[in-house]
Ligand binder design. Structure first.
Ligand code: KIV
Ligand code: ZN
Length: 514
């Protein structure tokens, strides 16, 4: 039997972004969308247009730039959200409106305070209205896996009659178990008379660590032909189904799944690195496919086996998913043209010549201090450049710090606050603590530090350090990321970037918490 296609629907920019601290700027979202297009993702869910004016503008910009993937916006099942999604998607070559409403007894009663009949009617009318803007409409019964089967059949049959072309069976709270989830989907498709008029999709959360297994059961048992997923499994709580794991499972076990994919797997690792760098969510070393150890055969026995015959311990090839040995790509003598060309090869499009110049100046500065510049360094410096936008309240200028065995570390920092340079000093338990105390002596943010992590961007002690600082204040959580050869400088940049995000009062709606 000829293989059917499995559609890959990426929701890193929507469900992934709902993860506390993962919010991204428009420029960052555009960079990720371009990379997803490069990886040949079929559908990119670019956001939730009604969340905020910023989200609306990001979707609109992505819709205008991306040509090969379908661009989708989420909307709750109401006319205002749907019209807003349609407006943001107007520039798209191919667009999809994804509307949803909760169907489980618990969500209907406690969250929506609606009767099942009201939910049924709202779902039907939402799909009917969305069809006025596009013939590509997706409907999700939120908390589908905890919904009553008879009610689900009634709602889903009605929305397909109204013109929904994709039905996305959501395991919103990660409650599903592979066999049960797959069989629920199978039963829905068998019981709903017009089920063949829609493509069925799976959307799973990872609360019990089964998102990928549930999604694949939905495909194999339930007959789903679309999987919704995120890069690195990013997402609220324990995250979403990881795109890289789905793609490599289906590709590596083609004998079992017998499905084709449009994805260019060699872009998986670059995409994973980009998302991690932008959001500040580090990838655990033992993470399948994209973790630093995923292809490192550390134990003696394995190494010996791999040297004798690769497939003794390797079921995939590192280079097939985009792992390359750290390559020295540029150096101190490289010119602007070579730098610009490498940006293009990495799929990084800077919007203006001014931005290229600023990034090139940073590159020169780095190359003066570091003899070998890798792709990862270039990606980090572009991210850093985008984090430190003009017009942001705080900006790093310089610092000095002193630490000596037996003495309390001290630090002095100069940074801009609202356009004015300020100089502050502080002491702390360590140099990073000292620099944060110095910044806080002026900023007095009152924010709580939830996470401080340092990662080496490449290998060796010459590597730049990439620091993430996660801050919380008044119920808002933000991540700041900074990179530098000096990890105290990287920490200061990350802290200032997090403060900038706290400063930019974003009144963003979470589509599922309202
Ligand atoms: O998890 C969920 O239910 C969702 C829906 C909005 C599809 O993300
Ligand atoms: Zn979700």
């Amino acid at each position: 039997m000829s293989a059917e296609k499995l559609i890959i629907f990426d929701t890193t920019l929507r469900d992934g972004e709902q993860s506390p601290g993962a919010s991204m700027t428009k420029e960052e979202k555009i960079r990720i969308a371009r990379q997803l297009e490069r990886m040949k993702v079929d559908v990119i869910e670019a956001g939730f247009a009604a969340a905020s004016p910023g989200d609306f503008e990001s979707i609109k910009a992505i819709a205008g730039l991306i040509k090969d993937s379908v661009i989708c916006s989420l909307s709750r099942a109401n006319d205002r959200d749907i019209a807003r999604a349609a407006e943001a998607l107007a520039p798209a070559r191919r667009k999809r409106i994804h509307t949803f409403i909760a169907t489980s007894p618990l969500h209907m009663e406690k969250k929506l305070r609606m009767t099942p009949d009201q939910v049924f009617e709202q779902a039907r009318l939402a799909v009917r209205y969305a069809r006025q803007f596009t013939d590509d409409v997706e409907f999700s019964p939120e908390d589908g896996s905890r919904s009553d089967m008879d009610f689900l059949c009634r709602v889903l049959e009605a929305v397909i009659t109204e013109g929904a072309t994709t039905i996305n069976f959501a395991d919103t709270v990660g409650y599903g178990v592979p066999e049960l989830y797959g069989n629920m989907l199978k039963s829905l498709r068998e019981r709903i008379p017009n089920s063949d008029k829609a493509i069925w999709s799976v959307h799973c959360h990872n609360d019990l660590g089964m998102a990928v297994a549930n999604s694949l059961a939905g495909v194999m048992i339930g007959g789903a032909r679309q999987v919704e997923c995120t890069i690195n499994g990013l997402g609220e709580r324990a995250g979403n189904t990881a795109l890289e794991e789905i793609v490599m499972a289906v590709r590596t076990r083609r004998d079992h799944f017998n499905l084709t994919l449009g994805i260019d797997a060699s872009q998986i690792v670059p995409t994973s690195k980009l998302v991690s760098q932008i959001t500040g969510f580090a990838v655990q070393p033992n993470k399948a496919v994209v973790g630093a150890n995923a292809f490192a055969h550390a134990s003696g026995i394995h190494q010996d086996g791999v040297l004798k015959a690769r497939d003794t311990y390797e079921i995939m090839r590192a280079e097939d998913v985009g792992w390359t040995a750290n390559k020295i790509v540029l150096g101190k003598l490289s010119g602007r043209n070579a730098f610009k060309q490498r940006l293009e090869e990495l799929g990084i499009t800077l919007e203006s010549e001014g931005e290229v110049n600023a990034a090139f100046a940073r590159f020169k500065e780095l190359a003066d201090r570091k003899s070998e510049i890798f792709d990862e360094d270039i990606m980090a410096l572009v991210s850093d450049e985008q984090h430190s936008h003009e017009g942001e309240h705080y900006g790093f200028v310089s610092l000095s710090q002193h630490s000596e065995t037996g003495e309390r570390p001290s630090a002095k920092i100069i940074f801009t606050a609202g356009g004015k340079e300020v100089s502050c000093s502080g002491q702390g338990n360590g140099p990073v603590d000292a620099i944060v105390n110095a910044i806080e002596s002026n900023a007095a943010s009152g924010a709580e530090l939830l996470l401080f992590s340092v990662n080496a961007i490449t290998t060796g002690t010459q590597s730049q350090g990439e620091v993430t600082m996660r801050l919380a204040k008044s119920g808002r959580i933000v991540n700041g990321v900074g990179s530098d050869l000096d990890i105290v400088v990287a920490s200061a940049k990350a802290y200032l970037s997090a403060l900038n995000k706290l400063y930019s009062k974003s009144d963003k709606l979470n589509p599922q918490q309202v």
